[in-house]
Design a protein around this ligand. Structure first.
Ligand code: AMP
Length: 404
């Protein structure tokens, strides 16, 4: 499936192209059609799955087709960090549309409150807010939500954990009855069910449960530039502890090139990819399963399905594009209650992708130092991610946001 299949307004598709999003993630594939057809929705999805864009894209599409002169959408988020992150994604995706947004959060000084107040009276289409600060603006009459059409509760479980239930109910009392409601939550405890019964009307339910990696997998990563990856891999493979190894790369050209490079270094390996005929595939798999072939280099075609017990090491020669693929790749080791190691090579360009994976895992993966004598790798800075989606070409005609 491609984003083009949703038929978004051209300005939004342009934003997607520039952000480099080509393929919708599973939550996006499931949620977007329901949101486009005006349904209320309750979605169970974790950070890292692409959940933010799963509601932003259909809402931005609608706002582009609707009246621009009022506050159209309210997104409630538990923390200032999340509110800012959502606002940054709006900036990227809505860049070519006429849609404007502002993040409204507490914790600042009186000056930032005044700034927010001015921006709000200037007129914006989307408000991304933490509940407490929004109430302050609502009670002082700064915000008029009479024309609101869509309400999103993001990370609803965390908002309830932080004690925002009463604030949410209070905020809703300021909203028109007729509106679309979307609730996103990483977990679905009874209190979320209760909240959804109170707020949503006949919601569609979408559940993207990402399986967690097995406890038996030791996950590690190296920050390493592309030029050093082959050298690092050879050094790792020289460790005799690893008897049965799969090395994953995203593109078959990389798989072929890497396999030849390993063979040249005297490492017996085979390349496994979609160009091979069935007989060659079967022959390679029989040798690998029978432990007559120690190293298999492959694309994601081997990340699903093959069930070989005793794989001691999985190496991600590059970071897979999707957190789900990461789980499938590293799940080739530590099968059937055994243990195994998964090592990922992160270059300077793949940090954002690895950040998504860590978000989904809920913890950071241990970064190892490169062996002595190797050029030091890039620094790890995955949080620079939303900005890295921007094309510098845009900057010169960057539309000014309303005043924050
Ligand atoms: P989220 O789960 O909303 O926190 O998203 C995590 C990250 O995934 C964000 O940095 C997004 O920029 C990125 N992202 C969302 N959708 C896609 C997609 N379809 N393709 C590539 N990256 C995406």
């Amino acid at each position: 499936m491609k984003f083009e299949d949703f038929n978004f307004v051209p300005a939004l598709q342009e934003g997607l192209d520039t952000m480099g999003f080509t393929k919708p993630t599973p939550i996006q594939q499931e949620a977007i059609p329901h949101i486009l057809s005006d349904k209320d929705l309750i979605a169970c999805a974790q950070t890292g799955t692409g959940k933010t864009a799963s509601y932003l894209l259909p809402l931005l599409h609608k706002i582009e087709l609707e009246d621009h002169s009022h506050i159209n959408t309210l997104i409630l988020a538990p923390t200032r960090e999340l509110a800012l992150q959502i606002d940054q994604q709006i900036m990227g995706l809505a860049y070519f549309t006429g849609c404007t947004s502002i993040a409204v959060y507490g914790g600042g000084d009186g000056f930032s409150y005044e700034q927010q107040k001015r921006s709000l009276t200037d007129g914006v289409n989307i408000i991304v807010a933490t509940p407490g600060r929004l109430i302050a603006h609502l009670t002082s009459g700064t915000i008029n939500l009479d024309h609101l059409k869509h309400l999103v509760l993001d990370e609803a479980d965390r908002m309830l954990d932080m004690g925002f239930y009463d604030d949410i109910v209070r905020i809703i009392s300021y909203l028109p009855e007729q509106r679309q409601n979307l609730l996103f939550s990483a977990t679905m405890p009874p209190k979320i069910r209760y909240l959804s019964k109170k707020i949503l009307h006949n919601p569609v339910e979408v559940n993207i449960a990402i399986s967690k990696p097995s406890e038996g997998i030791l996950q590690q990563a190296y920050l390493v530039y592309d030029e050093e990856k082959n050298d690092l891999l050879s050094q790792i493979l020289a460790n005799s502890e690893y008897k049965s190894v799969i090395v994953f790369a995203s593109r078959k050209e990389t798989v072929k090139r890497l396999n030849s490079a390993l063979n040249r270094k005297g490492i017996l390996s085979e390349a496994f990819h979609s160009d091979l005929d069935q007989d060659s595939r079967e022959d390679i798999m029989v040798r690998f399963k029978g432990k007559n072939l120690a190293v298999l280099v492959g694309t994601d075609v081997i990340s699903r399905g093959i069930d070989v017990v005793g794989i001691s090491l999985v190496v991600n020669y590059d970071v897979p594009p999707d957190p789900e693929d990461y789980i499938h790749r590293i799940g080739r080791t530590a099968r059937a209650e055994t243990t195994g190691t998964a090592i990922t090579f992160i270059n300077d360009k793949d940090q954002q992708k690895f950040g998504r994976i860590e978000d989904m895992l809920g913890n950071e993966v241990l970064k190892l130092s490169l062996p002595e004598g190797m050029r030091q790798g890039p620094n790890y800075n995955p949080k620079s991610r939303p900005k890295s989606n921007f094309n510098p070409k845009w900057k010169k005609n960057f539309k000014k946001k309303p005043n924050p």
